[in-house]
Design a protein around this ligand. Structure first.
Ligand code: F6R
Length: 608
């Protein structure tokens, strides 16, 4: 998500912080800022847009005296990417400044409480509650104030705090968001990401959840949330800057695949409160949903395939007819949408030209539009009547992975929410499905762990010209995304086919050693897909199947297996896609393709 850095030592802090922030640029951001402590007071410089603007404003930091400071690159989640919403944020009394990476889930309640006590807020961010809570709980001891504040926060956060009463000290705290302390000689650092530290030090301490550090130029003291000292090992980092940017992974795409449990957690967790689903889109409630007769999902590329997969879940749970339409086709078909049709638009970037056009066309026809978007403040997000952010964090690789899975996870959440609000699911099944949703991040991790052999399987596709992906029902939707991943990064022709359609034409192309990837995760159609595997095997195909790990029937007919953990069938897609992403990744790698920047593709397609 965002990036944070901090420095305390003998050198001027601002140039070091700006250099650290530049090292975090690769992650994507929309605003940046620094807070510097000097002579008992804190001054903040922050801008929306590029770090170069901040460098210009501060003459590369030279105009900001002071040896202690914190810095931030923001990727907007709560509130548009404006100067005011940029970090650092200051407390009302100007005594504290805070930078924050993550999401404070209970910020609305805390904000209300603080307003009731006379505090005022300048920004729309969740972070500003933290800095004012610090002011409220401070009684002369920063460490105690941080402990009290953290006991009030729900969500994920890595925070850096400075207080004008503690002139050479920074406090940094971690809960479900990365935080690393960098150790120098007579100077110390913190950052959310090793990339910001490697120009200065290779000696680091990795913080764990529920730990916080008091950092001064000469010492690092680490505590648990009850204030008990914790002893930590100093580790040596041997990464170069490029490796550090990718978190030690060879490519951003692999990093983003592995990040998916965390990304899906960020999408779902803040919206599941006890036994309730709380969607942060005013008016998207039972009264509105009961008036909806049809849903149309529209998007491009992978986002469209997420829609195809989500359709099955919405229809299964809500019993509302759902159709899917490519956004690039939408406006040319005189779409039949009206005020009783909810148009759901999916877009990672929120800037895809065809998707924007589909939103405008729907609105012109009087249809309400619900956007599911990753980039806050993007055009699609602004145009829609309701917007739910996926909160996947910046996606750097051109081929989407976590962008896609978080869209699908959000569609599942919406499906269950709408089913509950419209009375289409009984309490027992609702509770069961909610538990299943909550466990999806864990299931995704299991899908990674269950398939350590995919790099070897990929070797067999090194010289392959064409691969078929087959499946039925929701497995067919996953086959489409699996095939797209394979072709866009490995340049192998891959075709997704509804398994039952093979005998209506394509089976003629199945010959000796033709690779077929068979998806058998949907239990309702599994037996039927098994028959299709037998059909293609009879013609000499080489079948790699994906099924639940205990499925002995599929194992007995396929040549090789990829495994799925046990997962609730309605939500299986978001888990099922992960081995397919990894297989595409390793295939592209053994063919020496430029994985993060496949030829002729752009991350955001802003032309028709
Ligand atoms: C494929 C991919 C594209 C995008 C499509 C829509 O890996 O990334 O197919 O899914 O261009 O982009 P967004 O979601 O930004 O509208």
């Amino acid at each position: 998500m965002c990036g944070i850095v901090g420095y305390t030592g003998m050198q001027q802090a601002a140039p070091i912080l700006l250099e650290g922030l530049k090292r975090l640029e690769y992650r994507g951001y929309d605003s940046a800022g620094i807070a510097i402590m000097d002579d008992g007071s804190i001054s903040v410089q922050k801008v929306s847009g590029r770090i170069s603007k901040l460098c210009e404003l501060t003459e590369d930091g030279k105009t900001c005296p002071g040896n202690v400071g914190i810095g931030h690159t923001r990727w907007a989640t709560h509130g548009a990417p404006t100067d005011i919403n940029a970090h650092p944020h200051m407390s009302n009394d100007g005594r504290f400044a805070v930078v924050h990476n993550g999401i404070i889930e209970n910020y609305l309640a805390l904000r209300e409480e603080l307003i009731g006590k006379g505090y005022h807020f300048e920004s729309e961010t969740d972070t500003e509650v933290v800095v004012n809570l610090l002011e409220m709980y401070y009684t002369g001891d920063l460490k105690n104030a941080v402990m009290r504040v953290s006991s009030r926060l729900q969500g994920s956060y890595a925070l850096g705090v400075v207080c004008s009463d503690a002139p050479d000290e920074i406090v940094a705290i971690r809960e479900s968001s990365p935080l690393i302390i960098g150790i120098g000689a007579g100077e110390n650092y913190f950052a959310s990401d090793i990339a910001a530290l490697v120009p200065y030090t290779r000696n680091v301490v990795y913080m764990e959840d529920g730990e916080f550090a008091q950092i001064t130029p000469d010492a690092i003291r680490i505590y648990d949330l009850f204030g008990n000292p914790v002893s930590k090992k100093v580790q040596k980092v041997n990464w170069d800057v490029q490796t550090a940017e990718k978190g030690g992974y060879e490519h951003f795409m692999l990093k983003e695949i592995i990040e998916q449990p965390r990304a899906v957690e960020a999408t779902l967790r803040p919206r599941i409160r006890g036994s309730e689903i709380v969607l942060d889109a005013e008016g998207l409630d039972g009264e509105f949903l009961r008036k909806i007769r049809r849903i149309m999902i529209t998007a491009c590329g992978s986002a469209y395939y997420a829609g195809c997969a989500g359709r099955y879940a919405i229809e299964a749970l809500c019993r509302i007819p759902v159709s899917t339409e490519l956004a690039s086709e939408f406006r040319y078909g005189d779409p039949m949408v009206d005020s009783e049709t909810l148009v759901i638009v999916l877009s990672q970037s929120g800037e895809t030209a065809d998707t924007i056009a589909a939103v405008k066309e729907s609105k012109a026809k009087g249809a309400p539009v619900l956007a599911m978007v990753n980039v806050v403040g993007s055009t699609v997000a602004k145009l829609a009547d309701f917007t739910l952010y996926t909160w996947a964090g910046p996606e750097i690789a051109v081929a989407t992975t976590k962008g896609y899975t978080t869209q699908l996870a959000l569609l599942y959440l919406f499906a269950l929410y709408a089913a509950k609000e419209t009375g289409r699911v009984d309490d027992k099944r609702y509770r069961h499905l909610l538990r299943a949703l909550r466990s999806l991040p864990k299931r995704i991790q299991e899908a990674v762990d269950l398939n350590p052999m995919l790099d070897r399987y990929a070797e067999d596709y090194r010289n392959t010209r064409s691969i078929f992906f087959i499946g039925r029902n929701s497995d067919y939707a996953m086959a489409m995304e699996g095939a797209l991943k394979m072709k866009e990064i490995s340049y192998i022709h891959a075709e997704a086919y509804a398994a039952g359609e093979l005998k209506h034409g394509t089976i003629a192309l199945i010959e000796e050693h033709q690779p077929v990837i068979a998806l058998c995760c949907n239990t309702i159609v599994q037996e039927k897909t098994m028959n299709n595997i037998i059909e293609v095997k009879a013609r000499g195909a080489d079948v790699l199947a994906l099924a639940e790990k205990n499925n002995s029937e599929i194992i007995s007919v396929a040549d090789r297996m990829m495994y799925l953990p046990e997962v609730e069938p309605v939500f299986a897609g978001v888990v099922e896609i992960v081995p397919l992403q990894l297989l595409a990744y390793y295939t592209a790698k053994c063919r020496k393709c430029d994985i993060d920047k496949p030829k002729n593709l752009a991350k955001s397609v802003t032309v028709e």
